[in-house]
Design a protein around this ligand. Structure first.
Ligand code: PEP
Length: 250
């Protein structure tokens, strides 16, 4: 039985003050949750403070990105060991905004997954097709290419240390959600592809859905057999919305 996971990706939003208020509200509401695993991924600069605020709660801390290198002269970068040092358990890797806006290739994403594992972090590996790719009917080929790059670098056992997040690019921040059936189709495909390497791992690995998940569509998405929770952007900035999504995963 795979435990559902809901992770909030705050992206580059908020301030110290509203981060504090948001965490407090989420912490209070999440205390009622027994089954779902909950993760908050604030911007780097707020990680320490959010981590301190989360101490004693069951909510875990995650970062939104990391460097593929372990240390050294990489101005502006943050190493996985540093993220561990401030209390992170998870790190988002290969988010579509990193791929499209900052030129992260499949190969770099794979190196980042390896760096996360090397630092003892659980990567949340994001992958998914653009609208153009969906219209060209190459959704599965794109997902396969993105997944295979990681499998080639860290192996299926490495992949098993983290989670996968299927995030169709056309659904991220657009208010346009994949239908439960559309999402399920890709999740099942990803699981089959992982099963070709190791059926046990395929059965155990969690595959999250991300893309305009809200309180009113979460339950139907999470009810699909291969959807094991969500990576939540916009709605994670509102405690009530985020908690309702966590509740749907309960
Ligand atoms: C995301 O950033 O990973 C995401 C899914 O964003 P949103 O929920 O806003 O579409």
């Amino acid at each position: 039985m795979r435990r559902k996971l809901v992770a909030g990706n705050w992206k580059m939003n908020g301030s110290r003050k509203n981060a504090q208020a948001l965490v407090e509200a989420v912490k209070q509401g999440a205390a009622r949750l027994k089954h779902v695993e909950t993760v908050l991924c604030p911007p780097f600069v707020y990680l320490s403070e959010v981590g301190a605020q989360l101490a004693g709660s069951a909510i875990l801390l995650g970062a939104q990105n990391l460097c593929d290198k372990t240390e050294g002269a990489y101005t502006g970068e943050v190493a996985g060991t540093m993220l561990r040092d401030v209390g992170c358990s998870y790190v988002i890797v290969g988010h579509s905004e990193r791929r499209s806006l900052y030129g992260e290739t499949d190969e770099l994403v794979a190196l980042k997954v390896a760096a996360a594992l090397g630092a003892g972090l659980k990567p949340i590996l994001c992958l998914g097709e653009t609208l153009q790719e969906r219209e060209q009917n190459i959704t599965e080929a794109v997902a396969a290419r993105q997944l295979d790059a990681v499998l080639k670098t860290v192996g299926v056992e490495g992949l098993a240390q983290g989670v996968v997040a299927y995030e169709p690019v056309w659904a991220i921040g657009t208010g346009r959600t994949a239908s439960p059936a559309q999402a399920q189709e890709v999740h099942a495909y990803l699981r089959r592809r992982i099963a070709a390497h190791n059926a046990t791992i395929a059965g155990e690995i969690r595959i999250l859905y991300g893309g305009s998940v809200k309180a009113d569509n979460a339950a139907e998405l999470f009810a699909m057999p291969d959807i094991d929770g969500g990576l939540i952007g916009g709605a994670s900035l509102h405690a009530g919305q985020f908690l309702a999504i966590c509740q749907a995963a309960e």
